[in-house]
Design a protein around this ligand. Sequence first.
Ligand code: NAP
Length: 247
Amino acid sequence: MGQLDGKTAVVTGGSSGIGLAAARRLAAEGAHVFVTGRREDELRDAVDVIGTATAVAGDIADPADLDRLYDAVRARGQGLDALFANAGAAGFATLAETTAEHVDRILDVNVRGTVLTVQKALPLLNEGASVIVNSSVRADDGVEGFGTYAASKAALRSYARTWANELRGRGVRVNAISPGTIDTPALSGLVPAEELDAVRAEFAAKVPLGRMGTAEEVAAAVLFLASEQSTFVLGANLYVDGGENQV
Ligand code: NAP
């Protein structure tokens, strides 16, 4: 018996990193998982490794793409039991370097895209459903150059509290997770290849457990929040950070 037998889940950004690991974990526990992402090839490969999954390519910043995603979920006819609003954009810019385009890009995806991801799921959410919003430890600190990203993740943590209150009457739980520094393909998008090893070592040195986390370790927390193991957890922010912002 899987913990999510017969359940339906959506994981945005399910083709790589944390989202892919979460989609695999939810599927391994019996859920049928809908995964999104903009790159179709990447998404097709992801479905092969996830198992019981449906790919709906799209951009969470585009409302029409979200409508197509939820049309596909609706067509399956079983509502939605778990939503992991995971897709996000990152980028470095100090205040002096920040452009209007940088702010628009990060906030359009992380804030506006996540708001619409959860809002458009509302008609489909079954009683007992769980919504998990991917925030970040960066919401709590002031890492140089990460201001807009950090602000976007702080906004998501805040939304999770409000949505938890607004949806609890329907039997829907909303929580956030805050991963620490997790070794995913996102890192190579932010750091030149020749600096990757040094950056990984620098990140690891800041973590009390002495290493970066894995996507699978975050996926375990997502499963906890998606499953009946967490029925008394509401509006929380579950840190998966090796103690980075805790001790
Ligand atoms: P990743 O390996 O680069 O994966 C990102 C996923 O999101 C990919 O599937 C990507 O596919 C998808 N995606 C990106 N922008 C999208 C958009 N506009 N619409 C739809 N899908 C989109 O990154 P990751 O490290 O797993 O990050 C996943 C989430 O965790 C992000 O929200 C990130 O902020 C958060 N997080 C990461 C860390 C970390 O240390 N890695 C720590 C805290 C929080 P396409 O590119 O094909 O669209």
